[in-house]
Design a protein around this ligand. Structure first.
Ligand SMILES: [Fe+2]
Length: 189
C-alpha cells in the first residue's frame, strides 16, 4: 500500500487512530482525502428527509466521531462553529456549498455567549464536488448547503475530533448566538 492509496470509510476510521495526539488539522485532512467509500458501505447511513438535512452516526469513540450527512437540494445547515473540535468534511456525492463567516469585533478564538448577538461578516464561499475535503477548526464559522440547481442530492462524511456535543449557531439576520445540541440518528442496522 502506498501513502496515497485510497481507504474505505472503515479504514479511514482505523487510520485516524494511528495519528499522533493531539490531532493536527493537516494530518487529519491527509487521511480523510484518501477516503473512497467501499461499494455499499454507506447504505445503512443514508437518511434523506424532506424536513431538513440529517446526520447519522457511523462511528463514535472517545477521540473522534464520524457522521454521514444527507442533504436534499435546497437544504442547509445553520451558521455554526465547531466548539473545540477539528472538523474534516469529505464530499462523496453531489456538490457542497460552503460559506465562511467572521465575527466582527472579536479576535481569533473569541466570540459571544449564548443569548448575545454578534455581527456576522461573509468571508468567502466555495463549491466542492465528490472527492474534495474541507477542514475547519474550533471557532471557524461556516454554513454548509446543497444548492445544486439540478436537484442532485448531496452526501458528505464528517469527522469531528474530538466528538462535538454542542455547537454555537448564529442567526444570519439578527446575529443571535444560540448553543444547540445537534440531533444525531443511528444507522438502520
Ligand atoms: Fe461545520
Amino acid at each position: 500500500m502506498t501513502a496515497t492509496s485510497t481507504l474505505s470509510l472503515a479504514q479511514v476510521r482505523d487510520e485516524l487512530l494511528a495519528l499522533p495526539q493531539p490531532f493536527q488539522r493537516g494530518a487529519v485532512q491527509d487521511v480523510v482525502e484518501r477516503l473512497e467509500p467501499a461499494p455499499g458501505e454507506l447504505a445503512l447511513y443514508l437518511n434523506f428527509s424532506a424536513s431538513g438535512y440529517t446526520r447519522t452516526q457511523f462511528y463514535h469513540g472517545p477521540l473522534y466521531e464520524i457522521l454521514v450527512l444527507c442533504w436534499r437540494a435546497g437544504q442547509a445547515s445553520p451558521i455554526h462553529d465547531h466548539a473545540a473540535s477539528i472538523c474534516s468534511m469529505a464530499v462523496v456525492h453531489g456538490t457542497c456549498s460552503s460559506e465562511v463567516f467572521h465575527l466582527k469585533g472579536y479576535g481569533q478564538g473569541e466570540g459571544p455567549q449564548a443569548g448575545e448577538t454578534a455581527k456576522l461578516e461573509p468571508a468567502g464561499s466555495a463549491s466542492c464536488g465528490a472527492g474534495q475535503v474541507v477542514t475547519v477548526e474550533g471557532r471557524d464559522i461556516h454554513r454548509i448547503s446543497n444548492r445544486d440547481e439540478s436537484g442532485e442530492d448531496l452526501v458528505t462524511v464528517h469527522f469531528y475530533l474530538p466528538p462535538i456535543l454542542t455547537i454555537r449557531c448564529f442567526d444570519q439576520e439578527t446575529g443571535l448566538c444560540q448553543v444547540t445540541e445537534p440531533e444525531t440518528l443511528m444507522p438502520r442496522l
